[in-house]
Design a protein around this ligand. Sequence first.
Ligand SMILES: [Zn+2]
Length: 434
Amino acid sequence: MSKRVSYFYHPDVGSFHYGPGHPMKPHRLSVTQSLVLNYGLYKKMQVYRPYKASAHDMCRFHSDDYIEFLQRVSPQNIQTFTKCLSQFNVGDDCPVFDGLFDFCSMYTGASLEGAIKLNHNACDIAINWSGGLHHAKKFEASGFCYVNDIVIAILELLKFHPRVLYIDIDIHHGDGVQEAFYLTDRVMTVSFHKYGNYFFPGTGDMYEIGSDSGRYYSVNIPLREGIDDTNYLLVFKPVIQYVMDYYRPTAIVLQCGADSLGNDRLGCFNLTTRGHGDCVKFVKEFNIPLLVLGGGGYTVRNVARCWAYETAQLLDEQISNELPYNEYFEFFAPDFSLHPEVQTRTENANSRTYLEAIVRHAYENLRMIQHAPSVQMQDIPSDAFSLESLEELDPDIRLHDSEEDRRIEANNEFYDDDKDQDHDGEPLPLKIEC
Ligand SMILES: [Zn+2]
C-alpha cells in the first residue's frame, strides 16, 4: 500500500551561500526540488513550506550561548566575536555567512515539523532533504553543520515513541547524533561510514557501542574506501534486519547523506543512486513511521538525482531514467539521465572477510540486548508547536494568509512571500561572554 508522504521544502533554503569555493552548496536543494517538481512527484504527496525553528526550539539540544551567538553573528560584525569563533568552532569549515541563523531555522523547523506530523499520525513518511546535519554538537558547529536538526527531531519523537532508531548512510560518521544519545537505550544510532586514514570526523570505529544505559545502543559500521552497491548492501541489509529484530523501534529517522555516492567531490565510496536508494527502500519496507533527511553530498547534480530518485522510491513511483526538462538541465550533461554510469575512481578496499567480520561483530553486540527496552510513558509532553496552528488537514478549506505563508499545496504553486511572519518573540539577553 502506498504511504502518506509529507514533504517539506522552504523556497528560500537553496539561496544561501557558505562562501566561494566551499563544497557545501545549499543550491543542491533547489536543483533537487526542480527534479521533484518536473517528475510530477509533488502530485503524490503533501508538500509543505515548513515551520521555521526558533532559538527556543534549538536550545532543546544546544546551549543557550551557542544559539545566541548564531543569532547575532554576521559577516558584518564578525570582528566583534573573535573569541567566540574558536569557542564555537566557527571559521573555515563552518563559516559565518549571510542569513546563517535563518538557514538553520529553515532546515531545523522542517525536521521538527516532520517529527510532529509523524507523532500525530498525520503521515507515514516525512521528508526533509534540507535536514540531516549530523555533525553539529551541543556547544559547537562541526563539519558544515551548525544546528543538529536530527537530535532536535528525535527529541520530539521521544515524546510519543519509546524507541527511536537512527540510521545514517552519509559517508561520514554520524557523530553528533551518536554523542547526543550515547548514554540512553531510548535511541539506537546505526552509522555506516568510511573510517580510517583520518577521514572526517575520525570517530565511529566498531568498538564505540554506547555507555551506561546506552551500552550496545550505538552501532558503528566502519568501511574502507571504494565500497560498491553489492558490498554495501551485503552489510546494510543484515545489520538493519538484526537491529529491527532486536530493538523493535517504533519510529525511524534515516539520514541519506549523498556523499556516499561514487564521484562525490569529498567522498570516496562507489555507490550508485540505485544502490543508495535500495537502502532507503529497504528501511521503508518495515512500515514504521519514518523521517527521511538529507545530509552531505557535494557533487550537486548527483545529490539532486539521488534525492529525487529516493523521493520516488518512498512514494512507490516509477520514474523515467530520462530526466524531465528543468531549469538546471545543463547540469546533467552529457547523458541527461537519472542513473548515469558511475566511473570507479577508487578501488574497493573492503574484502568479503572484513565485511563479514563487521556484520558478525554488530550481531554479537545486538544479541546482548535481550529485550527491546520499554518506557513507562505517563504524561506526554506538549508538542514543540501546535500542528493546528500551522495548517488544517482539509486541503479544500481555504487557508487564511498566515497559514498560506506556511503551507504549499501540492499544485505547483511555489511562491515566495516578502512578509516574513516568523517572529521568535524572544528578547535576546546579552550574555555571550567570549
Ligand atoms: Zn558527509
